[in-house]
Design a protein around this ligand. Structure first.
Ligand code: CTP
Ligand code: CA
Length: 224
């Protein structure tokens, strides 16, 4: 079905996908990070490729092989992910932010291993850049798709992120309900757009990624 040119709706389109966690160094042997296998982001990148797009996959540390047929950029921190995406943003038609970006980083990463000391139970943190919000603020023609993993009030938080980050769609995942989500091969999500909502029942991340992209393409028309 997808190998006929007329069935490649993303042919000629540039798609950037971010996937996996980011890692924020504390010192040479320690870091802050998020749970994220990268599987959903990788599935989104593969689906975009199979729909004909030229895909750039920007990923944090994951245990997945590089997918074929796309540009793959490995990064570590939120700052590096932001730079990698921003430098390609003008040329992009779609940005899919599936990465679980660490919200905080140590204010200063130590160059040498930090030793235990009496009373050293505090660490000074600062916020990482909000990549999706930065892209939203600089959006010209791009279609921006974010993800949200929530444990409660999923719709409220998803709609808040849609508005606050100037995204076009948020794909929300209730991680409290099931064993689906982190690390699993299956996922259950709800797609929120502006005046649009669609629930996707449990299915493989691969199939789900294709359904999500096809729905977004049908809803929004192919980006110019
Ligand atoms: N995101 C991002 N940069 C950040 C944090 C989040 O680009 N520093 C993106 C994620 O990749 C995702 C979306 O924003 O596409 C929502 O992430 P989430 O962690 O749910 O949102 P936050 O704004 O960080 O809110 P929360 O307090 O719920 O973590
Ligand atoms: Ca967050």
């Amino acid at each position: 079905k997808f190998f006929e040119p007329q069935n490649l709706p993303l042919k000629g389109k540039q798609v950037i996908v971010s996937a996996g966690p980011t890692l924020e160094r504390i010192d040479p042997v320690r870091y802050l990070s998020n749970f994220s296998s990268g599987k959903m982001g990788y599935a989104m990148a593969e689906a975009a490729r199979d729909l004909g797009a030229a895909v750039t996959l920007v990923h944090g540390p994951v245990a997945l092989p590089d997918p074929s047929g796309m540009t793959v950029i490995a990064i570590e921190s939120a700052e590096q992910m932001l730079e990698a995406i921003l430098s390609r943003y003008d040329a992009a038609d779609y940005v899919i932010k599936a990465a679980a970006v660490a919200d905080y980083r140590p204010k200063q990463a130590a160059q040498q291993k930090v030793k235990k000391q009496q009373g050293d139970t505090q660490m000074e943190l600062e916020r990482t850049p909000d990549i999706l919000a930065t892209l939203g603020a600089q959006k010209t023609h791009q279609l921006l798709i974010g993800f949200a993993a929530e444990t409660n009030d999923v719709e409220t938080y998803a709609l808040d992120k849609l508005a606050r980050k100037n995204a076009d769609y948020i794909i929300a995942n209730d991680v409290s309900k099931t064993d689906r989500g982190f690390g699993a091969d299956q996922n259950i999500v709800t797609l929120y757009g502006h005046d649009f909502v669609q629930h996707f029942p449990s299915t493989s991340k691969r199939a789900l990624a294709m359904q999500l992209l096809e729905t977004i393409i049908a809803q929004s028309g192919v980006a110019k």
